[in-house]
Design a protein around this ligand. Structure first.
Ligand SMILES: *Cc1c(COP(=O)(O)O)cnc(C)c1O
Length: 435
């Protein structure tokens, strides 16, 4: 079987048969910046961001905000990019907040998330004047009231709600059901009780509700069902507690194409369908249209990223399989191990050759760290440059230093130019904190 190389939108093939990314030759990138290397097409990230922003504006006028979920790919340059595209930013830790502050990101457009924020983190978020804190549980609500009181301010919050929707996605990235560790359940009355409590607090201003039902979701329906459930809950808060909340945040989770057979719904279609449901439901319930927030992570940066590796040993185990070993692995991409995630890949220096040989691509870590089992590639030899596609989300941000492997550099490419946005870690970095 011959597999034609599947190319993401940011990639192309040069006249000499090499892979290009954002107009830059992948082999040149590997040579100049070393491997493994995270390469991100800046135009592709911007285009995705612009599609989200344009589409939310079309449906909600000035009452929509697209926040980039920074956990998907966080560094100062990404914060600057998000800012320049008119996006807000989600952070979930002091480290992400610090990065946003250092990049000069406007704090009023930052939302602080997390199911177990520490007192220090909440204090940091309050003193940094973040725009909104999404409160996960009652313990946190009480702690935040005290912290805001000591600081002499009012903290603007949303409540993280479990809408009870289970999106059809991998069970480990399914976060909207009753069994989730995130947020307040509606069906047990917990969410309404939390809203009542928050409304009674002197240093808390409850502005809205938030939910996030999972990740890598391909259907529109779970989003529509969720929007309806959330608005019904907002209506309960209005009728029972006498407060009409003004913000509804529907989280992220928009799926992207990892494999040729993946066909995610265009985000414009998602936005249109959900906006229709929201407007209809508001009409039925006689609610004012709240401002709408969404929080894409993967869908902004995922398909814009390609990881380049250099092939080392090629091991043929007769009658069993042939292993292709690369100079990265679990450390720069833990998703195959975590989720059984699958990726499309190709030999960047052999784009004119047929992909008709089957290999198992394994990493260099002291684990069975496969980047792909039984994948169809060109004939592979030592020194080839292997490109793994759609690694722009949850790869760099999930990277580790297992085996004391330095994290790769991140390079942005754009219109034929390349620049480093995160330096490669050094050996000194590996022992930096050792005593
Ligand atoms: C992870 C997460 C997101 C982003 O999810 P994607 O699948 O990357 O779009 C958005 N909001 C919250 C609260 C999250 O936890």
């Amino acid at each position: 079987m011959t597999v034609k190389p599947f190319l993401p939108e940011c990639a192309g093939i040069s006249e000499t048969g090499s892979l290009t990314i954002g107009g830059v030759c992948a082999l040149r990138l590997a040579e100049e910046f070393g491997t493994p290397l995270y390469v991100m097409d800046e135009n592709e990230i911007r285009k995705n961001a612009q599609r989200f922003v344009k589409s939310i504006n079309e449906h909600y006028g000035g009452r929509g905000l697209v926040s980039f979920a920074s956990k998907a790919f966080m560094c100062k340059e990404m914060c600057r990019l998000a800012k320049s595209e008119g996006m807000g930013l989600d952070v979930v830790s002091a480290g992400e907040l610090y990065t946003a502050i250092e990049s000069g990101f406007p704090m009023r457009l930052v939302t602080f998330h997390g199911n177990n924020k520490t007192p220090e983190e909440l204090t940091y978020a309050v003193s940094s004047r973040v725009g909104s804190i999404v409160v996960d549980n009652t313990f946190e609500l009480h702690m935040l009231e005290q912290i805001a009181k000591s600081a002499g301010v009012t903290a603007r919050i949303k409540l993280r709600i479990k809408p009870g929707v289970e999106a059809h996605t991998h069970e480990l990235i399914m976060t909207g059901g009753i069994d989730s560790k995130f947020g307040f359940a509606i069906e047990t009355g917990e969410a309404l009780a939390a809203a009542a409590e928050a409304l009674g607090m002197d240093h808390i201003e409850l502005t809205g509700v938030h939910c996030h039902i999972g990740s890598q979701i391909f259907d529109i329906e779970p989003f529509e069902v969720t929007a309806r459930i959330m608005l019904k809950f907002m209506n309960e808060v209005k009728t029972i507690l006498g407060c009409e909340l003004s913000e509804l945040n529907l989280g992220g989770g928009f799926g992207i194409r990892y494999l040729p057979e993946d066909s995610p719904v265009p985000l414009e279609k998602y936005m249109e369908s959900v906006a229709r449901v929201i407007k209809e439901t508001c009409g039925e319930l006689n609610l004012n249209l709240p401002s709408i927030g969404i929080e894409p992570g993967r869908a902004v940066t995922g398909a814009a990223g390609i990881t380049l590796y250099r092939v080392g040993a090629v091991k043929d185990i007769p009658g069993v399989r042939t292993y292709v070993t690369v100079d990265g692995g679990l450390t720069d991409n833990p998703r195959p191990a975590l989720y059984g995630a699958k990726y499309a890949m190709t030999a960047a220096n052999k784009m004119n050759q047929a992909q008709n040989k089957i290999y198992t691509v394994s990493g260099r870590c002291c684990e069975t760290d496969q980047l792909g089992a039984q994948v169809t590639l060109q004939e592979i030899n030592v020194g080839d440059i292997l490109a793994v596609f759609s690694t722009g989300a949850y790869n760099y941000s999930m990277a580790s230093n297992y085996n004391r492997l330095p994290k790769p550099a991140v390079v942005f490419v754009k219109d034929g130019e390349a620049r480093v946005v995160v330096n490669r870690e050094t050996l000194e970095d590996m022992a930096r904190n050792d005593v």
